[in-house]
Ligand binder design. Structure first.
Ligand code: BTN
Length: 243
């Protein structure tokens, strides 16, 4: 059974990802807080903090195996939340490849994966998620993009400790599945099932060039496959916009 060797709760920290990056901790160390004061998003964006309302949680992996890409780890983090949303009766949650969890057109969580390399070898992989739990309308209106929270979707306030324990348990189950024989194909199946992009027209930008095409697959490497009418292109990272 996959378990996190260390589960550390910290009352306040600038960024759970940054802290784990700087720490000489062992593989499968998990760190979480309800008060992250300088959360970071992708592309140097800021991840806003609402003290004692939301969860910021990161895991450090010290890979004993070659990590081809982080996409699977990101998917595991997102799927674990999708499960909880369903248990809470929120059926319209979906994963916006590669790393956002949405409810309809509003974002409820984001995942940030970062790595540390030495001589071409990945020494550390840090994956962190920020989940909006008890943020209210007022908090959410301070975010520059459409956002939501569990409270907003269910009208229920969540005990943060209980939520964190529940999420950690889901993560352990999903990582257990991921590291099993058929792990990737199982994760891929669920990822596709909870992905609203498939079959939709989307726009994406690579090296300042804009492409338009139809999302046709999440392939066996975890990449997004888009058909632009001429060929099927692999998108390995970046932002996809539905049009
Ligand atoms: C994004 O939407 O761009 C990703 C947001 C990731 C936020 C989480 S919160 C826990 C971890 N620590 C950070 O500083 N960022 C990630």
């Amino acid at each position: 059974m996959f378990v996190f060797y260390d589960k550390i709760y910290i009352e306040e920290i600038d960024s759970t990802n940054s802290y784990l990056k700087s720490l000489n901790a062992s593989d499968r160390t998990l760190l979480y807080t309800f008060n992250q004061t300088k959360g970071r998003g992708r592309k140097n964006r800021e991840w806003l903090n609402f003290k004692d309302k939301n969860l910021a949680l990161s895991v450090l992996f010290v890979p004993q195996y070659p990590v081809e890409n982080f996409l699977w780890h990101i998917a595991v983090f997102s799927l674990s939340l999708i499960d909880i949303l369903k248990e809470e009766g929120v059926e319209n949650g979906w994963i916006k490849w590669p790393n956002d969890v949405f409810i309809d057109d509003k974002k409820i969580a984001g995942v940030l994966a970062e790595s540390v390399w030495n001589n071409g070898v990945m020494e550390k992989l840090i994956v962190g998620i920020g989940i909006n739990i008890n943020s209210d309308r007022n908090d959410l209106s301070g975010i520059d993009k459409k956002a939501t929270s569990l409270y907003f979707e269910t009208n229920k306030t969540f005990a943060l400790n209980g939520f964190a324990e529940r999420y950690i348990e889901k993560l352990e189950r999903y990582f257990d599945l991921f590291f099993s024989d058929k792990g990737k194909s199982e994760i891929r199946k669920r990822w596709i099932d909870n992905n609203k992009l498939l079959g939709k027209k989307a726009e994406w930008i690579i090296c300042d060039k804009k492409y338009i095409g139809t999302v046709v697959d999440i392939d066996s490497d975890g990449y997004l496959a888009l058909d632009d009418g001429v060929e099927t292109r692999k998108v390995i990272s970046g932002d996809i916009f539905l049009i």
